[in-house]
Design a protein around this ligand. Structure first.
Ligand code: ATP
Ligand code: MG
Length: 407
């Protein structure tokens, strides 16, 4: 028997109702805040992710589903299933000259992402993300709105007590001095760090702090290293921006924790970065991750454009929310005359009422039994009803019956 691939899941039956609710709430909340939907392709040129996500990230180094169409040597045909959606949205933003419209331009998306990771609780190889991307506003109000929208969306799903962690990475300039300081203090410990971290030490030292390896985390917990990590490297401008963001969050009633260890896994972030977590999720506790990425549009060939966005893992949201109960149908047509039954269904469905009938034309009692299970009312079309032209409508919650000429 052929089974679903490792790290993929079928979404079936009642579970789909919760998925629909997540999508419906997202659509309403984002549209109310003037975000429009964007649907980009599931695969893109590999180069887009190498440049847009970053050569030193786990995603690009280990997790991409990459295919070479027309033979492995034809590198120009190398395509990759999207591991995240910011790079694709930015590509589309540039390609369609969206920057010419008046800023800010606000987008939201929903769709599958693909990462070749070790499957475990909260980690799949095909998973789904909901996200927003906001282009053209460098102001702190944009960072604040992005975080607020995430919180409002989570609130609409009954998730009111998730923890927002927030940090600032500063700009390119502050990051350089931060990187230098971190490299200096970590140099004596390189031997104790994992292999990935010794690569990161050279390529992107900040990313070391994001390492999931316990030994590495122990090293970072050492006093002399913590002192540097928790030190202040942001320039006055970046600090003022961050303070303003926090000021907005205070006014909006968004609670947060400053976490100076938070650096996020992707290369493109600057200034504000944040994560939203739930302790109910166990070891993969992050539901949402995002931040500002002012350099990405330019790096991918567009005009310099400030931007901020986030992505949420839908499977993790699904784990957290109260499951949606299925609703009963309005009507079930009970009849030994399937043509009449389907004709009535056609009429009722056109009116927007939900109904079904028994295709197998089983015994009357069996049909009534099924009706009681799945519908609020049974509409009975027996011989007498057909002859005299009326319907018998049975309220399945109390058993009372009445005759009606019309439904
Ligand atoms: P992690 O540190 O857990 O690997 P990440 O930094 O790789 O997270 P992002 O790229 O920021 O995650 O993705 C945003 C959100 O998407 C995560 O917070 C999580 O909810 C979800 N997510 C990421 N990877 C997976 C996966 N493999 N399976 C399910 N959900 C995922
Ligand atoms: Mg990851």
């Amino acid at each position: 028997m052929i089974k679903a691939q490792r790290g993929t899941k079928d979404i079936i039956g009642q579970d789909t109702l919760s998925w629909q609710k997540i999508q419906q709430n997202a659509k309403e909340i984002f549209q109310n805040a003037n975000y429009s939907e964007i649907r980009t392709p599931i695969f893109e040129a590999t180069e887009l992710f190498k440049r847009g996500v970053g050569d030193s990230t786990d995603i690009v180094n280990k997790e991409m589903y990459t295919f070479c169409i027309g033979g492995a040597d034809k590198n120009e045909n190398s395509i990759t299933l999207r591991p995240e959606n910011t790079a694709g949205v930015v590509r589309a933003y540039i390609e369609h000259n969206i920057s010419r419209q008046s800023p800010p331009q606000k987008f939201w998306y929903f769709g599958p992402m693909f990462r070749y990771e070790r499957p475990q609780a909260g980690r799949q190889r095909q998973f789904h993300q909901i996200g927003i991307e906001l282009f053209g506003a460098k102001e702190a109000s944009a960072d604040a709105e992005a975080i607020l929208i995430a919180q409002e969306f989570l609130g609409s799903l009954g998730l009111n007590n998730l923890e927002v962690e927030i940090n600032t990475l500063g700009c390119q300039k502050c990051r350089e001095s931060y990187k230098k300081a971190i490299k200096e203090v970590l140099k004596p410990y390189i031997g104790e760090l994992c292999e990935d971290c010794s690569v990161r030490f050279e390529k992107n030292p900040l990313r070391m702090l994001d390492c999931k390896n316990e030994n590495c985390q122990k090293v970072f917990e050492r006093d002399e290293i913590k002192k540097v990590v928790l030190g202040d490297f942001v320039c006055d401008e970046c600090k003022a921006h961050f303070d303003e963001v926090l000021g907005y969050l205070d006014v909006l009633g968004v609670k947060y924790n400053r976490n100076k260890m938070l650096v996020r896994g992707l290369d493109y972030y600057n200034r504000t970065v944040f994560e939203i977590k739930s302790s109910a999720l166990g070891s993969q506790s992050a539901v949402c991750g995002g931040g500002r990425y002012d350099g990405l549009v330019e790096m991918l060939g567009g005009t310099p454009t400030p931007a901020v966005g986030w992505a949420m893992g839908v499977e993790r949201l699904f784990e957290l929310i109260k499951k949606v109960e299925p609703k009963k149908l309005d009507y079930f047509v009970v009849s030994k005359f399937p043509k009449e039954a389907l004709k009535l269904c056609q009429k009722l469905r056109r009116k927007g009422l939900s109904c079904d009938f028994d295709m197998q034309n089983r015994k009357f009692a069996k049909q009534l039994e099924k009706a009681a299970k799945i519908a609020n009312y049974a509409i009975i079309i027996g011989e007498e009803e057909l002859e005299k032209g009326f319907y018998t409508v049975k309220d399945l919650s109390c058993g009372t019956q009445e005759q009606r000429s019309e439904i």
